[in-house]
Design a protein around this ligand. Structure first.
Ligand SMILES: [Fe+2]
Length: 148
């Protein structure tokens, strides 16, 4: 019962985090469509994206699906490890983006470079999230769910 309540809380948290990430990604996409995006507004959104994504990766790795999938569905653990490794890459990408937007805000870098990197990052983040969703679905329907 306690475990169930904790799981429920955890899934609610994940859902909230996904929603917040989706919102900030939407804002960023709109900002990127502007011909000359306001650097300060971009800086705020990218900082927010970085905070949210870093917290989200942390939650997924500790107590999140990653440990559970690796423990309970060993045949999927390689995919879980691959996704975990992507977190490390995306952490680096996020710090680069934060540096880049600081340079844009300081007028030391063109916004085009930032636009390119940010679009590529958003694509990889969304691909990563959907691969995770698939993995969790598979783990719960095939392995974990059948143990009840
Ligand atoms: Fe993730």
């Amino acid at each position: 019962m306690i475990q169930e309540a904790l799981n429920h809380q955890f899934f609610e948290m994940m859902r909230r985090e996904h929603r917040e990430l989706t919102d900030v990604i939407g804002t960023l996409r709109e900002q990127l469509q502007e011909k000359v995006p306001a650097a300060e507004a971009l800086r705020l959104s990218i900082t927010k994206l970085a905070d949210l994504a870093l917290g989200h990766f942390e939650h997924e790795e500790h107590g999140g699906y990653l440990c559970e999938v690796i423990e309970q569905a060993p045949r999927l653990s390689e995919r879980a490890e691959t996704l975990k490794a992507q977190h490390a890459t995306m952490r680096d990408d996020l710090s680069q983006l934060v540096e880049l937007v600081d340079q844009v805000a300081a007028g030391q870098m063109s916004v085009n470079k930032l636009r390119e990197n940010l679009n590529a990052f958003l694509r990889s983040l969304l691909d990563h999230e959907s691969a995770e969703n698939e993995l969790v679905q598979e783990a719960y329907t095939d392995d974990i769910g059948s143990k009840d």
